[in-house]
Ligand binder design. Structure first.
Ligand SMILES: [Fe+2]
Ligand SMILES: [Fe+2]
Length: 200
């Protein structure tokens, strides 16, 4: 805390990221970085960590399924059934490994923020909740049901917002052929209960 947010390390990471992912994904990443910082200010989280986690959350995006599987397996991390069926989900876990090995991130909180940004999980840390939410609401996002309401809600009630995001994701997955990720369903359950409890 107390250091300048856009420091030399952030700039190094930003430039490396720009060379490593598509332009569209890079623009999205900058959006998530800035939105994570805004949410961190709102909820009293470390703004520097939020900035970096948001920037790098999709650093493994664009890798081939076989590459993602190899990176995660090599690390000895578990690959769930839904991840086997839909290896694209693994870009979050693989991203946390690449952020460490290629971008020199050593902070466990930042790495975990990257690791859980796609499915979320029950009882996330504040930073994990922030990156998960920022990924969904950043300014370049379009075509999401009730996006304006979810954006407003993000700055009022994080538990409620994560519930809304998971519900949208589960509805979307149900409507298509994609398998429902078990973890997203668990995240929904947890945050729906938490939001209801805190509103009692
Ligand atoms: Fe992602
Ligand atoms: Fe993303």
């Amino acid at each position: 805390m107390g250091t300048i947010v856009i420091d030399e390390h952030y700039e190094k990471c930003r430039k490396l990221l720009k060379e490593s992912i598509s332009t569209k994904r890079y623009i999205h990443s900058i959006g998530v970085s800035n939105t994570s910082a805004c949410l961190a200010m709102r909820y009293g989280c470390d703004v520097n960590k939020a900035y970096l986690a948001g920037l790098l959350h999709d650093c493994a995006k664009g890798l081939k399924p076989a590459e993602l599987i190899a990176i995660v397996e090599n690390e000895g991390m578990e690959i769930s059934v839904s991840e086997q069926e839909n290896p694209e989900l693994l870009h979050a876990k693989a991203g946390s490994i690449i952020a460490r090995d290629k971008y020199g991130i050593t902070d466990r909180e930042i790495l975990d923020g990257i690791c859980w940004h796609t499915t979320g999980k029950p009882a996330m840390t504040l930073l994990e909740e922030i990156v998960f939410t920022a990924d969904y609401i950043e300014p370049n996002r379009t075509n999401i049901p009730n996006l304006e309401d979810i954006r407003k809600s993000a700055f009022v009630d994080l538990n409620m917002t994560i519930t809304l995001i998971c519900r949208n994701t589960l509805d979307y997955l149900k409507s298509g052929k994609a398998v429902i990720d078990r973890m997203t369903a668990q995240t929904y359950e947890f945050y729906n209960n938490k939001a209801n409890r805190s509103n009692e």
